[in-house]
Design a protein around this ligand. Structure first.
Ligand code: PLP
Length: 731
């Protein structure tokens, strides 16, 4: 089994700079801005045209560009430095992980997720869950954690959003050209792409395997779009979260059971499995079946599977947990069930949700039963999840329910703007030259106070202009291509003013996120945005799930307000929110707003991205912000659920905060045109959020709380007795 870069397709790349091909196939470049500059310098136009996809760019760039670069001393100098850094990264002498865990028992973690948000050239994610998984993988790579990831090769990704002139969301399909993207076919011994059959599932489903190299971590992707499959099975991996329940079940069968089979076929031995949300939980069945097949007694097999499985639940919203009706389960799992030595009723009982017995097979309830280590994604969410799932442990009081909390974090090198990073470099260098190796240490962030206010403010202004220029550029291109309605130009940010206080709101348009909260009282909003001395702008972005009519209505309402001359072009809605637009927004707005109905937000991560770039949060105290808010790094308020018939009390709180606190601070300028009190909040935001809400901190918690504890089980009782406990930290 192997993956090989198809070098023959890059014969036009001169030997002297042929490392560019290796670089293109490893997403390491995507979080090292100096590496992506190498691609940009080579052929700027094509870099942009390709959507920052280096494989496509290298394939489409004519030879003369390479010849020019290969004879340009400046280019070569940069190239040599980057390649040196890349090779050092790939083969380090040591890593955080190897120091933490000297490795008496080898440890590998299989990490399964239905989405991975890594870079905009790979459409394998829908939103926050996928970006989190991508950040988990990147941080594992940085820390040297031996992780192997498994996900889907979606041909079409989620959806591209186009907003019509009436504000209605239209979905546009765009199919990925896999042979011109940073993904590789995994080949079998005969040199053909590896195809496996999902065990015991009838009718048969076949899966082809691809690989994305993410730094040191491989991500294997499952693809059903192959001739071996019946036509109805080819589309299983076509798009994220198919609406139809049977299609979803087939997706989850492929991810869990197929994913486990792929690891087995590749010969990857892992000591623990980490399920990122319940979509992949069928993998636990497959793990159980393998042990029974090998003759292990059922009780031991179950205990071993549980003891080596970590499950992270990501949402308190009941509708977001998959439940498959019994008839459907019967259609696919009859044969499977008997191979487990279970009666049908015993099998269904594994997925029974105690809140609604008989409703079907609940993936979250199943994953909780079949794994020993489970967690929510913020301290608050941990509490909510313990309460929600208490019926699974009827004998335990709620505080003893074994669902812990590991608060999410974001991969700082991916989300920190390189100009802000350069600013940190300048001030950290004399005190902590190696700050990149220990940026989860709060002490070193005290240095932020040494940055002169004017400097941080100037960088922020620059990023804001860059965001506005970017929005205009998108519109200009569509306008020039006769693809845009005039009314949409005003709605999509053409009139935004770089000097006005700008509040960003970008997330999924699910109802509980309350994107429409600030439109509760239009007269009050009118006074706020059109204030002559202290105008306020709002930039919205986000997609509604294609099946969510209510979400699409909310989006349409907001879009129509943004077209309304009453608000003077100060409310904008930007279409097609994704990782790239998120990047511009979290760097360039002045404030990041979040207004979920309380207790519905498990964590939220976009506010962390904003906060570490010096963009303070204005948010309901829910999810991560309950613990992230310290009274000085932004604004937080206790949210209240909407009262029936009385509207939304939180809207008034929000108006008061914006009018009485944010705007006065933002517009109080000294002679040097810098709002010093505002900048103090920006700095506090960076200092408190960067070290605490980065994925490195998160990953270290997964490692120290879970991963090695799990290896004790993998090692078996003899080795456990021989003192592996000294290395692992069980809780
Ligand atoms: C970070 C991110 C999210 C998650 O945002 P929330 O704060 O959890 O709503 C969603 N989509 C994209 C593209 C992101 O980058």
């Amino acid at each position: 089994m192997m993956t090989e870069i198809p070098y023959d397709r890059f014969a036009h790349v001169p030997e002297r700079i042929s490392g560019l091909v290796d670089l293109a196939y490893n997403l390491w470049w995507s979080w090292h801005s100096s590496a992506s500059v190498l691609f940009k310098m080579l052929n700027r136009a094509e870099w942009k045209m390709s959507g920052h996809n280096p494989v496509r760019m290298l394939l489409d760039t004519p030879p003369r560009f390479f010849e020019r670069a290969a004879t340009n001393p400046e280019y070569l100098r940069r190239y040599d430095i980057i390649m040196y850094r890349f090779r050092q990264y790939m083969e380090p002498k040591t890593s955080w992980f190897s120091q933490y865990y000297p490795g008496r028992v080898p440890l590998t973690i299989a990490y399964l997720s239905s989405e991975f948000g890594l870079h905009h050239s790979l459409p394998f994610y829908a939103g926050g869950l996928g970006i989190l998984a991508g950040d988990h993988v990147k941080a594992s790579s940085d820390l040297g954690v031996p992780l192997v990831a498994v996900g889907f090769m979606y041909a079409e990704g989620y959806l591209h959003q186009h907003i019509e002139a009436n504000g209605w969301q239209k979905n546009i399909a765009e199919v990925l050209d896999r042979d011109a993207a940073p993904v590789l076919r995994v080949l079998d011994d005969s040199g053909r792409q590896l195809v496996i059959r999902v065990p015991l599932i009838e009718p048969a489903i076949y899966v082809a395997v691809w690989k994305v190299q993410v730094g040191r971590v491989p991500l294997y992707l499952l693809d059903t779009h192959i001739d071996e499959n019946e036509p109805e099975n080819r589309n299983i991996s076509h798009r994220l979260y198919l609406k139809e329940i049977e299609c979803r079940l087939r997706q989850e069968v492929v991810l869990g059971i197929g994913g486990r089979k792929v690891l087995h076929t590749l010969g990857i031995e892992y000591s623990a499995m980490h399920l990122n949300e319940g979509h992949s939980a069928f993998a636990l069945l497959e793990r159980l079946r393998e042990r029974l097949d090998a003759g292990m007694p059922p009780g031991d097999a179950r205990e071993q599977v549980r003891g080596t499985s970590v499950f992270t639940t990501h949402t308190p919203v009941p509708a977001a947990h998959d439940v498959f009706p019994e008839e459907l389960m019967a259609k696919y799992f009859r044969t499977y069930c008997s191979s487990l030595g279970l009666t049908w009723d015993e099998f269904m009982a594994l997925g029974e949700d105690p809140h609604s017995p008989g409703a079907g097979f609940n993936m979250t309830a199943f994953a909780l039963r079949m794994s020993r280590f489970h967690n929510g994604v913020s301290q608050k969410h941990g509490e909510v999840a313990r309460e929600m799932w208490q019926p699974l442990w009827p004998d335990l009081p709620v505080e003893k329910i074994p669902i812990d909390a590991i608060t999410n974090g974001v991969h700082m090198p991916s989300w920190l703007n390189h100009r802000i990073e350069a600013l940190f470099d300048r001030y950290m260098d004399s005190v902590y030259p190696n700050w990149r190796e220990e940026y989860d240490n709060p002490a070193l962030w005290e240095v932020v106070d040494e940055i002169p206010d004017e400097e941080l403010w100037r960088e922020h202004q620059w990023l804001k202009m860059k965001l506005f220029a970017r929005l205009r550029d998108r519109k200009r291109m569509k306008w020039a291509g006769h693809r845009e309605e005039p009314a949409n130009l005003a709605a999509e940010g053409l009139m935004l003013d770089t000097s006005a206080l700008t509040i960003g709101f970008a997330r999924r348009f699910a109802e509980y996120k309350r994107a429409d909260l600030i439109f509760e009282d239009l007269d009050r909003l009118d006074r706020i945005v059109n204030n002559r001395w202290r105008p306020v702008q709002f930039i919205f972005a986000g997609k509604a799930h294609p099946a969510d009519e209510r979400g699409k209505q909310i989006l349409q309402e907001i879009y129509q307000y943004s077209q309304d001359p009453r608000f003077g072009g100060r409310i904008a809605f930007i279409e097609d929110y994704g990782e790239q637009l998120a990047r511009y927004m979290v760097h360039g707005v002045d404030v990041w707003m979040n207004t979920p109905v309380p207790l519905m937000e498990a964590s939220g991560t976009s506010g962390m991205k904003a906060g570490m770039n010096g963009v303070p949060n204005l948010s309901v105290l829910d999810g991560w912000w309950v613990e992230g808010y310290n009274g000085r790094n932004g604004w937080g308020f206790e949210g209240r659920p909407p009262y029936s018939g009385e509207g939304q009390p939180d809207a008034g709180t929000l108006y008061d905060l914006i009018e009485n606190e944010l705007a006065p601070l933002y517009y109080s300028r000294t002679i040097d045109d810098t709002p010093h009190k505002w900048v103090r909040i920006m700095k506090e935001s960076i200092k408190s959020i960067a070290p605490q809400y980065c994925a490195v901190r998160m990953l270290k918690e997964y490692v120290t709380h879970y991963y090695p504890s799990v290896c004790m089980y993998a090692a078996g009782p003899a080795k456990r007795a021989a003192g592996i406990e000294g290395v692992c930290i069980p809780r």
